[in-house]
Design a protein around this ligand. Structure first.
Ligand code: ARG
Length: 460
């Protein structure tokens, strides 16, 4: 840059003040600083290895970037809006510290491939963090599930009592979702982990560079194979945000259940006080703020996904300034997800389960009606006839305001003469659970095995 007011000798007047503020990204992309330095070090090392800059230049650059890193970590680095973004801020400071070597760093490079590299390094790092946090949450779920393979609650469809299940079985459904979430993050990481550097502005560079060497230094699995695609591609950011939106969606559904379960009408659980707040006017209130906020923040992450898709949809190749808008949604997605996963694992640990309330809810709503139908089928009735017989029995119970188990054997036999004394075991909650004894079923034995398999998969 010529001087601090104009971009270069090509410009006859300085950038308007409003425009400066409008176009600057340093206010948020300073978060990429450590990755920018990491990328620059690798680039400089390659330039020296290819004799494009001297060893002396490389040493100066290393020394300068080392000092800049320190200044940033100590909070002493003076970020300047005049210098637009993280890249130019660091480059300018480097030149101030080490002179011409600093000016040579940008040889064979453009901010276009530089920023794409920085964002990929940032995202790779974030994904690795996220994978650990997902694992921790899965661990917390398993610890809770461990204690509740025999805790019976109603399972719902249409939010109406459907069939009895164990609380552990219900929790393990969320374990499965998180397992898929982790798989998706792993898969996304593969496409994040490719090196754009070397694409320069868009067409590549005339210097004899070695891109694979830089990729190796930075731990990338390979290079982006088309220079135009390298600088313009933000698929990886969209993919990551889609993974994040799905994780948030899973936690939002879970939150909705926690909120319902904590309502006294359900009374299935209590959430530790440290995750709740009171009301400024109603002294009796204890509100499940954390799950409510998780549900709310899901909207904002879903919004970021739509923002990124929309950002890309009309862009011609290759780089456009539009791309600068990828950062805030991406950073906010990472931060929201990180904080959510962290707080969720803690909150799960603080859940107090109320088995009696779960049990008494499972005893209402004829949750074992299907078991009675299945029992009649095993006695030889076609399923549709069994279904109808049980429907009549349920109606009978409903009219008397009692449960199926309260109907006498003689009365039950009106609906099917095949019914015997053992029907009361079939109609019991325990009998219902135990009978669903196959992989994926709610039988306590199966759930215990599912938990054991899950534990083994986590320690891999
Ligand atoms: N701050 C820019 C961004 O975030 C860096 C790349 C700028 N490239 C350019 N040709 N103006 O995308």
């Amino acid at each position: 840059m010529q001087d601090k007011d104009t971009w270069s000798g090509r410009f006859s007047e300085p950038v308007a003040e409003l425009v400066k503020h409008y176009t600057a990204s340093v206010g948020f992309d300073y978060k990429l600083a450590m990755f920018d330095i990491q990328g620059s070090l690798a680039h400089a090392q390659m330039l020296a290895a290819c004799d494009i800059i001297s060893t002396q230049d490389l040493n100066d650059i290393k020394r300068g970037l080392g000092q800049i890193e320190n200044e940033i970590l100590m909070g002493e680095f003076a970020w300047s809006l005049e210098l637009e973004d993280v890249h130019l801020n660091i480059e300018k400071r480097l030149t101030a510290l080490v002179g011409d070597a600093g000016k040579r760093l940008h040889t064979g490079r453009s901010r276009n491939d530089q920023v794409a590299t920085d964002v990929r390094l940032y995202l790779r790092h974030s994904i690795d963090d996220m994978l650990m946090l997902v694992k921790a949450l899965q661990g917390a779920l398993l610890d809770l599930a461990d204690q509740h393979a025999h805790t019976i609650m109603p399972g719902f469809t249409h939010l109406q009592v459907a069939q009895p299940i164990s609380f552990a079985h219900h929790l393990m459904a969320y374990f499965e979702m998180l397992k898929r979430d982790a798989e998706r993050l792993h898969d996304c990481r593969k496409r994040v982990n490719r090196l754009p550097l070397g694409a320069a502005a868009l067409a590549g560079t005339s210097y004899p560079i070695k891109r694979e060497y830089v990729a190796d230094l930075l731990g990338f699995d390979g290079v982006c194979e088309n220079s135009l695609d390298a600088v313009s591609d933000r698929d990886f950011a969209i993919e990551f945000t889609a993974c994040a939106a799905l994780i948030m969606t899973h936690l939002s559904r879970f939150s909705e259940e926690l909120i319902l379960w904590m309502n006294p009408r359900f009374g299935f659980i209590d959430i530790a006080d440290r995750f709740c707040t009171g009301s400024s006017i109603m002294p009796q209130k204890k509100n499940p703020d954390v799950p409510e906020l998780v549900r709310g923040k899901t909207g904002r992450v879903n919004g970021h996904l739509v923002a990124l898709l929309t950002l890309m949809k009309g862009q011609p190749l290759a780089y456009n300034k539009d791309n600068q808008e990828d950062k805030e949604p991406l950073f906010d997605t990472v931060e929201t997800l990180t904080r959510t996963l962290r707080i969720y694992a803690d909150m799960i640990t603080g859940i107090k389960v109320k088995p009696e309330a779960m049990r008494s809810a499972a005893l209402q709503g004829y949750a074992t009606a299907t078991d009675l139908a299945d029992y009649l089928v095993k006695k030889g009735l076609p399923f549709r006839d069994a279904h109808e017989a049980v429907a009549l029995a349920v109606r009978f119970a409903e009219q008397r305001g009692c449960d199926l188990t309260d109907i006498s054997l003689a009365d039950l036999r009106q609906f099917s003469p095949d019914i015997g004394e053992e029907v009361y075991q079939v109609l019991s909650l325990e009998g219902s659970l135990a009978s669903r004894n196959h992989i994926g079923g709610t039988a306590p034995l199966q759930v215990a095995e599912a938990i054991a398999r899950a534990r083994a998969s986590l320690s891999k």
